[in-house]
Each structure stands twice: as structure tokens, then as C-alpha cells.
Design a protein around this ligand. Structure first.
Ligand SMILES: [Zn+2]
Length: 410
């Protein structure tokens, strides 16, 4: 039994076209007209296969195909159809269309799985509209999606109003929680969004875990003073001290971390922010990601040490404040094993890799046995119109998904 790669590629394009906007870009922002169009199209394909579609209380679109024994827990597949602005054809969509391809292949071959199958199109994975994502998967997992009808999106529109396009409201969201006993496992096919598979010319990644993320706010305090009349020796320049520390982040990460450890300063602000004034304070964000919580703690300690050291040298002071912790999320051993077995049976080259980016699987794995399959992103580019995955890799990914479903159905 084989997936039809051509069909998948053409559907990826059809969903992409649903995001066409007047300014010539392609975007399916959660709850937007374009997003709703994409979901309708997806639902119509599922219905053509005789699947029953419903939208749950959190707006997740769920297409169900009955199995031989519907008292058994369901095998879940899926991902998201919403995109970032001017996003690509693959991020999220592949997991939805790939899951559909598995169901369509089963139908064509007259194969009825023992377990029922549910395809899920999760609500607002990307989260840029309201500044928080993974909304649908959080609700399905019984976690508080942290939403309110009165909160405003980036355009100043109220969430309650915006979500009318899905026919849902915040107060009903908790009802979307799935009973863990009703779920056999969840499998998500996704593009890597990094360059590891691409660089090593590997067609498939078996995901080991999703990286944890720890975030901190750092403020370096020196002395604002006249940029013309203060001699270099007399300065307490907060930015120079901050830059000295930031410059050391790559070597510290390399020395104490592994090839997957990353640390980033993504925002930076100086005051008074004037062309003729020495920066008195410099505040910036710091983020550490890795698969190993203990290693993340070690990197944190080493970075903190270096920060205080550097500030001491420049005669400035600093604060280092943790703002959020997300534990690394390992994939379920048995689902991961089923994915790996599937790749081996198909004779496709693969490697076991972690995910540096968040996915719905990050939330799903906290409640349900979860596995993820990656296919390469050319040059590691994602969240962009230039996102590209070769057709052959798409087909391989879908075949691994199909074979994995057969394995977990046994
Ligand atoms: Zn995604």
C-alpha cells in the first residue's frame, strides 16, 4: 500500500491558494476568511472519503473514519492549516493533507483499520494573531489555553468576535478536552523547519523530542552620560558590557552544550536611546533551548556567571530574571519506535533528531502517546513563501506516516 505523492503535492498547492490575498501574498491567519476557506476545502475532501467532520468546542476540525472496532481508542493524525503572514505551502498543511492521504489510500485499497481514525486540524497553532498559539491542542489536552473573549488581536479586534468565524466561544473551550482513554496515539507529519535533514541529504527524521525553552530578561545598568565629553576610561556603558556578554554566548553554548543546544538574544533595548548619550541601561531577552532540562540549567548557570563576570569587568551591575520555563517534551517511546520501524520497513534513509521548534505535538505528548515524522526543509527555510520540500520527500513522509499507522493499528 503506497501513498500518492502527486495527489498530496497538488493538495498542498490547493490549500496554499486558499490564502491568496489582494496584496499578492498568501496567508491563512487563524480565524480569517482565508483560513476558513482552507478548512472548508479540507473538510470537503474528508467528506468525499465518507469521513464525518465536526468542529469541537475549541474550533478543532475533526474528521473521523470508522474502524473495524469502534470501541477501540482512535488513532489520531493531524497538524494545523493556519500560517504566519506570507507563510509557505508546507508548515502544518503537510500533516493534515498527509493524514488525509493515509485515509484515502486505505479507502482505495479497501483496507479498514481496526481502530477508528481521526484527522485533526488544530486551531491557531501559530498564535501570532493573539500572541499565543497551540490553542486547539491545549484545549484537546485539557490544558488552559489562556484565552478570553475580550482580549484583542494585533489589529485591535476582540477574540470573541474574531472566533465567530469558527462558531466557538472561549467559555466552551474546556469542553474540547479528549478523554485519554479514547486516544490510541497521535502522529504528526511535519517539515523540519531546520536544515539538519537537508544538509545531510536525509529524507526522513524520526523525532526524539521537542526542545524545552527557558526565557530570561536581563538588564545591565551603567551610567548615562555625555557621549562627547566623557572619556572612554570614565565610562560605564551598559551596551558595551551587554555586548561583551552576548558575544560570549556562542562559545559558552558550544563548550557546555551539544550540537542541538541553542541560546539567543532576540530583543534588545537601550536607554536613553539617544545618539549623543552613552547607554545607561541595556535590557535584552535571553532564550535557551535543548532536549535536556539539566543541560539547560547548566547553560543557564554558565551564562549567568559570564554575565556577572563581564559586568564586573566593566563596572556595571545587572539583573537576570527567569520569565518562563517549558520542559523538553520527549516523544512516546512506543510511537517513536513504530515510526522508526516503519522507516526501516520502507528502506528509507533516516535519522533520529530533536525538534527545535514548537508543534502541536509538544502539547499532545503531555497527555497522549505521541510521535512525529519530519521531512527536510530546503536550506532550512520555513515560515516563508520560500519554504520548499522536494516531492520525493513529501511522498516518503506520507508513506512513513501510512506505515506507522499500520504498525500502531496492529
Ligand atoms: Zn507547524
Amino acid at each position: 500500500m503506497r501513498a500518492n505523492g502527486k495527489r498530496v503535492v497538488s493538495r498542498l498547492e490547493e490549500i496554499y491558494q486558499c490564502g491568496k490575498k489582494e496584496d499578492g501574498t498568501f496567508t491563512r491567519m487563524a480565524f480569517s476568511e482565508e483560513d476558513v476557506r482552507g478548512r472548508r476545502l479540507f473538510a470537503s475532501w474528508a467528506e468525499d472519503l465518507g469521513m464525518t467532520c465536526r468542529v469541537d468546542e475549541a474550533g478543532n476540525l475533526i474528521a473521523r473514519m470508522e474502524g473495524q472496532d469502534n470501541s477501540l481508542p482512535a488513532i489520531l493524525m493531524g497538524s494545523h492549516l493556519d500560517t504566519v503572514p506570507d507563510g509557505g505551502r508546507y508548515d502544518g498543511v503537510l500533516g493534515c493533507v498527509g493524514g488525509l492521504e493515509v485515509c484515502e489510500t486505505f479507502r482505495e485499497e479497501g483496507y479498514v483499520p481496526k481502530h477508528p481514525i481521526e484527522l485533526i486540524v488544530f486551531t491557531d497553532e501559530e498564535g501570532f494573531r493573539f500572541g499565543k498559539g497551540l490553542t486547539g491542542s491545549s484545549a484537546i489536552c485539557g490544558q488552559d489555553p489562556d484565552v478570553s473573549d475580550s482580549e484583542l488581536d494585533i489589529y485591535g479586534e476582540e477574540r470573541g468576535k474574531v472566533m465567530e468565524s469558527y462558531g466557538i466561544s472561549c467559555k466552551d473551550m474546556p469542553k474540547a478536552a479528549k478523554d485519554p482513554s479514547s486516544v490510541h496515539c497521535f502522529i504528526e507529519l511535519h517539515i523540519e523547519q531546520g536544515a539538519r535533514l537537508y544538509k545531510t541529504k536525509t529524507s526522513v527524521g524520526v523525532v526524539s523530542s521537542i526542545a524545552g525553552v527557558n526565557r530570561y530578561d536581563v538588564t545591565v545598568t551603567g551610567e548615562a552620560n555625555h557621549a562627547g565629553s566623557t572619556a572612554m576610561a570614565d565610562r560605564k556603558d551598559a551596551l558595551v558590557a551587554a555586548a561583551g556578554f552576548i558575544n560570549r554566548i556562542p562559545e559558552i553554548t558550544k563548550e557546555y552544550g551539544n550540537e542541538f543546544t541553542v541560546a539567543t538574544v532576540g530583543t534588545i533595548k537601550v536607554t536613553p536611546h539617544s545618539v549623543n548619550v552613552i547607554p545607561g541601561t541595556c535590557s535584552f531577552s535571553l532564550e535557551i533551548r535543548d532536549q535536556d532540562a539539566q543541560l539547560m540549567k547548566l547553560i543557564e548557570e554558565k551564562l549567568r556567571e559570564s554575565l556577572f563576570d563581564t559586568c564586573g569587568k566593566y563596572g556595571v551591575t545587572c539583573t537576570f530574571v527567569p520569565t518562563s520555563f517549558h520542559e523538553p517534551a520527549p516523544m512516546s517511546e512506543w510511537v517513536k519506535g513504530s515510526v522508526e520501524q516503519a522507516v526501516k520497513e520502507l528502506g528509507i534513509d533516516y535519522s533520529v533528531i530533536p525538534s527545535g521548534a514548537f508543534h502541536d505535538s509538544l502539547i499532545m505528548t503531555s497527555v497522549f502517546p505521541t510521535g512525529m515524522i519530519f521531512v527536510p526543509s530546503e536550506k532550512g527555510i520555513s515560515h516563508s513563501r520560500y519554504e520548499y520540500t522536494e516531492d520525493g520527500d513529501i511522498e516518503n513522509g506520507c508513506n512513513v506516516l501510512l506505515r506507522t499507522v499500520l504498525n500502531v493499528d496492529k
